[in-house]
Design a protein. Structure first.
Length: 332
């Protein structure tokens, strides 16, 4: 954080403290950490604004940059209020495309609670982003058990700097997150902050038995329990989730990418329904949209929790209701 934002100094009336307290109350009302309220202390303690010294908001013709060193006090106030909004923040834009962001805090809180960490757990975060999520993990577990990885050296260097300013020193690795970080394995928990098209097998091989993985897949969040290096299974959480896609050499190649989904002939109300879009995204290239619509209606427009994923010797499969039931789809 720049000198301008420190003008009032720390204390009960510090604008950053007040904004952070307001954010914590908002997350609390959402119920995001109801299953593990200890995370409230982490969000109270870790200052998000230190991790977003600048960010971008949508503007006519592209993006507007807000930053904590802006000479205009009104602009600095906008930056600080935005840093503590319960909203994702675009933190790195390249050629007009978003390549990194700071996730919505309430969604981060929900994912961290769903991770079900225990004291002493070794945690791997896929997608370092600003370093804020790694700081929350370090607050809860200490620095040593926490590893965060990102493909882009500029992102990892910035994350390392932000973490140091905030007083946290987890292991920050520049590398292909799809390949994991084998030199730091085994991990008891893996959390991804980037959208996947499938589950990388390398992650399972780096997990201890009984490990848990929380990762965005399609437009949802999958929670997997790892049995051994070749087997994992779990269901989706109830919430929708949208993240920057995983980048790296170990993600499926172009020949494995699903074709663009064409929904002509599907009723408009279904095309705009979040749950139907989830089914379409999960089964893209493997289930015709018209067949997907028929299934969706026949099965009572299923919620995300009815879907799951199995990783086994036969590959990675998504399914509805039962991994051995009639509705299963091979993932890339």
């Amino acid at each position: 954080m720049g000198a301008h934002a420190l003008e009032t100094g720390p204390g009960p009336e510090d604008p950053a403290d007040l904004a952070r307290a307001s954010l914590v109350r908002q997350i609390d009302r959402s119920g995001a950490w109801a299953s593990d309220p200890v995370w409230r202390k982490a969000f109270e303690a870790v200052p998000r604004h230190l991790f977003v010294p600048y960010y971008y908001i949508g503007a006519v013709g592209g993006y507007e940059r807000l930053w904590g060193e802006d000479p205009d006090p009104r602009a600095r106030d906008r930056w600080l209020r935005g840093a503590y909004a319960d909203a994702p923040l675009a933190t790195r834009v390249k050629d007009g495309q978003l390549v990194s962001s700071s996730s919505q805090p309430s969604l981060m809180a929900m994912m961290l609670a769903a991770l079900e960490v225990r004291d002493g757990d070794a945690v791997l975060e896929i997608g370092a982003g600003t370093g804020y999520n790694a700081a929350l993990l370090s607050y809860r577990l200490g620095d040593e058990p926490v590893t965060t990885v990102d493909l882009d050296v500029e992102i990892t260097e910035a994350a390392r700097q932000h973490l140091a300013v905030a007083g946290y020193h987890p292991t920050v690795v520049t590398g292909d997150g799809a390949r994991g970080v084998p030199e730091r394995a085994p991990f008891d928990r893996i959390i991804a902050t980037c959208t996947l098209t499938t589950i990388p097998r390398s992650w399972l091989a780096q997990c201890a038995p009984g490990a848990r993985i929380i990762a965005p897949l399609a437009t949802g969040l999958i929670a997997l329990e790892v049995r051994d290096p070749d087997h994992a299974e779990g269901r989706f959480l109830h919430t929708s989730a949208f993240f920057v896609p995983l980048r790296g050499s170990a993600r499926p190649g172009p020949e494995s990418e699903p074709e663009p989904v064409r929904t002509g002939g599907v009723p408009r109300r279904a095309r705009s329904d979040d749950l139907f879009r989830f089914l379409l995204t999960l089964t893209a290239g493997r289930l015709d949209p018209h067949d997907a619509y028929a299934l969706w209606e026949r099965e009572g427009r299923p919620q995300r929790e009815r879907y799951g994923v199995t990783v086994g010797e036969e590959g990675v499969r998504a399914w509805l209701d039962d991994p051995e039931g009639p509705y299963t789809w091979q993932l890339p």
